[in-house]
Write a protein that binds this ligand. Structure first.
Ligand code: NAG
Length: 285
């Protein structure tokens, strides 16, 4: 009897954890609005899957219903397969207006078998020009992979499948603005950028392959602070787990590994572009 009881007692929290995790996988119907594309964006499987498509006439896009001010936000994406040259899948956080803040992932398609470029950027107070670009260590079209943005007052960390690829530290002590007061929505779109995306616009979109489709699932913003009517769902006495996160030594080693082996562009080492010296934040990032 005693052992039966203890097994049951052990199972209850286990089931609760499983249930809570399942319940927390964000539902696209509940969390997002399709904003453009005239039927090319679709929410499927009772809100578990979202697909964007692009053809010669139009791309498509969606945005979150919520605005967030800090948080850890995860999304799984499976990118346009095959010959995706000229297509861009953008997945980003952004506030609104002239002096907006923005945290960007952009996936630049390529010819079949050639690598995608993962392009990242950070805007604060309307100013971007902070590009870092990467190749990936897997084929991002073969399966879903998790792309995460951790955004807190100290740092922004871009991660792929839990591996940090970029850290942008708050450069305010150097007199450079940092995104920390404007709430942002999540946006994503699939569009044609064959005037610049693939090899600088040399490779054009092959419309015979259209429609192009990218898929999304397992959105998770459990560790994000929803901003609504001027107040946050988070408080300093109740910060969500993982929000205060910084990189431990293992993660720092992973970051270095990615930057050494997969980074293909870093504005902070483009001396042609900054002949008068690198932007101040480059000294801490
Ligand atoms: C496409 O493939 C070429 C050749 O491997 C590579 O140099 C380039 O970075 C890839 N990505 C894009 C978007 O052009």
């Amino acid at each position: 009897m005693a052992s039966k009881f203890s097994i049951v007692a052990l199972m209850i929290p286990l089931f609760m954890i499983i249930f809570m995790r399942a319940a927390s996988a964000g539902n696209f119907n509940r969390e997002f609005d399709i904003t453009w594309g005239d039927g090319r964006a679709k929410i499927l499987n009772n809100g578990e899957l979202l697909t964007l498509s692009l053809d010669k006439t139009s791309g498509s896009g969606f945005q979150s219903k919520n605005e967030y001010l800090f948080g850890k936000i995860d999304m799984q994406l499976k990118l346009v397969p095959g010959n995706s040259a000229g297509t861009v899948t953008a997945y980003y956080l952004s506030s609104q207006g002239q002096t907006h803040d923005e945290i960007d992932f952009e996936f630049l398609g390529n010819l079949s078998g050639d690598p995608y470029i993962l392009h990242t950027n950070v805007f604060s107070q309307g100013k971007g020009n902070r590009e870092q670009q990467f190749h990936l260590w897997f084929d991002p079209t073969a399966d879903f992979h998790t792309y995460s943005i951790l955004w807190n007052p100290q740092r922004i960390i871009f991660s792929v499948d839990g591996t940090p690829i970029r850290e942008f530290k708050n450069p305010e002590s150097l007199g450079v603005a940092y995104p920390k007061s404007q709430p942002m929505r999540i946006y994503s779109s699939l569009w044609n950028a064959d005037d610049w995306a693939t090899r600088g616009g040399l490779v054009k979109t092959d419309w015979s392959q259209a429609p192009f489709t990218a898929s999304y699932r397992n959105f998770n913003a459990d560790n994000a602070c929803v901003w609504s009517s001027g107040s946050s769902s988070c408080s300093s006495s109740n910060p969500p787990a993982a929000l205060g996160e910084e990189l431990d030594t293992t993660s720092q080693d992973r970051l270095k590994w990615v930057q050494k082996n997969y980074m293909i562009y870093n504005y902070c080492s483009d001396s042609k572009r900054f002949p008068q010296g690198f932007p101040p934040e480059c000294s801490i990032n």
